[in-house]
Design a protein around this ligand. Structure first.
Ligand code: 5GP
Length: 191
């Protein structure tokens, strides 16, 4: 998606540890006009799927998933990061190691919001090592719902998540795939 790639080149900041900061338009301040275009692009790419629910993870996935949901006309469920170990039977849970914080979170979704009739699209802002996507897909699997695929805004193609998950059969549509980025700020995209 050219508009997105241009924006990343203009406003993205490469930080140590393979972190790309896009706080000025994606995950702190949010450019809602850009989000609308991103939502329409996800809808175009997944037009062949009977998606009736979008699943994301708090917190940075929520904004983008919510605007995308308007294009799909479906509800959004976000997995909550749960600090207590007390999981009762009314929840699906999975463990996710955070790329940016290095911590392991237990994430939960209430059973009432995901069920075997659902056709789910997972949406997230970044794909790096794939832990968030793996955890969310486990929750979908536990619920008996069908996973249609994942829509990712920025994939760091030089990290392993995309390769591993595609090899496992997951359909992933990433709107910008970064081939490489350097500490002096040069960002190169895959075609
Ligand atoms: P993964 O689980 O694929 O390793 O990492 C994905 C999650 O980590 C995303 O939900 C995103 O919030 C965060 N993340 C991974 N890489 C980056 C990055 O370069 N920049 C930012 N801002 N977040 C990232």
């Amino acid at each position: 998606m050219e508009l997105l790639k241009e924006r990343i080149k203009k406003d993205g900041k490469v930080r140590s540890g393979n972190v790309l900061k896009v706080d000025s338009f994606l995950n702190h301040q949010m450019d809602i006009k850009l989000f609308e275009q991103i939502g329409k692009e996800f809808k175009r790419r997944f037009a062949d799927c009977p998606i009736n629910k979008i699943l994301t993870i708090e917190s940075s996935g929520i904004g983008i998933a919510s605007i995308a949901a308007q294009s799909f006309d479906v509800p959004v469920v976000f997995a909550k990061k749960n600090t207590t170990k007390n999981i009762d039977g009314a929840l699906y849970s999975a463990q996710i190691e955070s790329f940016t914080h290095g911590k392991v979170y237990n994430v939960i979704v209430a059973r009432e919001f995901l069920n075997p009739c659902d056709n789910v699209l997972i949406i997230d802002d970044f794909l790096a090592n794939g832990k968030a996507l793996m955890g969310l897909s486990k929750i979908v699997e536990k619920s008996g719902a069908k996973l249609c695929g994942a829509g990712i805004v920025i994939e760091k193609g030089f990290q392993e998540g995309g390769k591993l998950l595609r090899a496992s059969g997951m359909r992933i549509e990433s709107l910008a795939i970064i081939k490489s980025m350097t500490p002096d700020g040069e960002i190169i995209f895959e075609d």
